[in-house]
Design a protein around this ligand. Structure first.
Ligand code: 1PZ
Length: 208
């Protein structure tokens, strides 16, 4: 997708990257052995959205970016997402803080947060960004975050830009944003489900 000036927007780049990933996953189903490199490349594009959020979520950006970058650094040694899980299962380190399986789980929660946020954002044009973001956060990440983090996030919500400011900063209109967000919503779901299956197929529950 290109905007009126012929440039692709940050949002369309994110949607493109996730459509490519989900096409790979869908074509081969859960037997597909997704490589870390294309996965991390797509995940790092998401962080451009942070630039439009202002400084209130700088800590969330640093947190997300560092986890994606640790996974990207591991891509040479591990190759695929499956290998990360295999390693941590073997060493009994899946849920240990700092393990790659735990970082992958957190990045997956971030992807789901954006998906839920976009869904709320599109459900009503009157829905303000703070409301859309608060509800999405409560559903996808808050249950797994400490009280201190949840408190900081809810304070930060008041510093979010308005719906109009966000669209302006993303270089989107209501119509174009709707199209791009919907593409991300549809394309990210198979990726999120694929990641969940990496854990559940190894009898690891997802309550963390
Ligand atoms: C327009 C978009 C508005 C979104 C606003 C929502 C902001 C959510 C802020 C989340 C802050 C998370 C801060 C730190 C959390 C850490 O405690 C956890 C656990 O880390 P561990 O103990 O496993 O090392 N880290 C995470 O959950 C990873 C990062 C989640 C942040 C996702 C952000 C998603 C991307 C948003 C892009 C606009």
């Amino acid at each position: 997708f290109e905007d009126a000036s012929g440039e692709s927007t940050p949002l369309s780049a994110v949607a493109d990257a996730f459509e490519e990933l989900s096409a790979m996953v869908k074509s081969k189903g859960c037997n597909f052995d997704l490589r870390l490199k294309p996965f991390c490349d797509a995940c790092s594009l998401v962080s451009v959205l942070f630039n439009s959020l202002g400084i209130a979520f700088k800590f969330a950006e640093l947190e997300y970016v560092s986890k994606v970058s640790d996974l990207a650094d591991a891509s040479k040694g591990y190759g695929t997402l499956n290998n990360i899980l295999d390693f941590d299962v073997k060493h009994d380190t899946v849920r240990i803080q700092g393990s790659l399986s735990r970082k992958l789980r957190r990045v997956r929660q971030g992807l789901d947060l954006i998906r839920a946020l976009f869904q709320n954002f599109l459900s009503s044009r009157d829905c303000c960004l703070r409301e859309a973001a608060s509800i999405a956060y409560a559903k996808t990440c808050a249950p797994y975050h400490t009280w201190a983090v949840r408190t900081a996030v809810s304070a930060g919500m008041y510093a979010l830009p308005t719906r109009e400011q966000l669209l302006l900063r993303l270089n989107e209109s209501d119509e174009s944003a709707e199209k791009e967000m919907q593409r991300y919503i549809d394309a990210s779901l198979p990726i999120i489900q694929y990641i969940d299956k990496l854990y559940t197929s190894r009898n690891i529950n997802l309550d963390w």
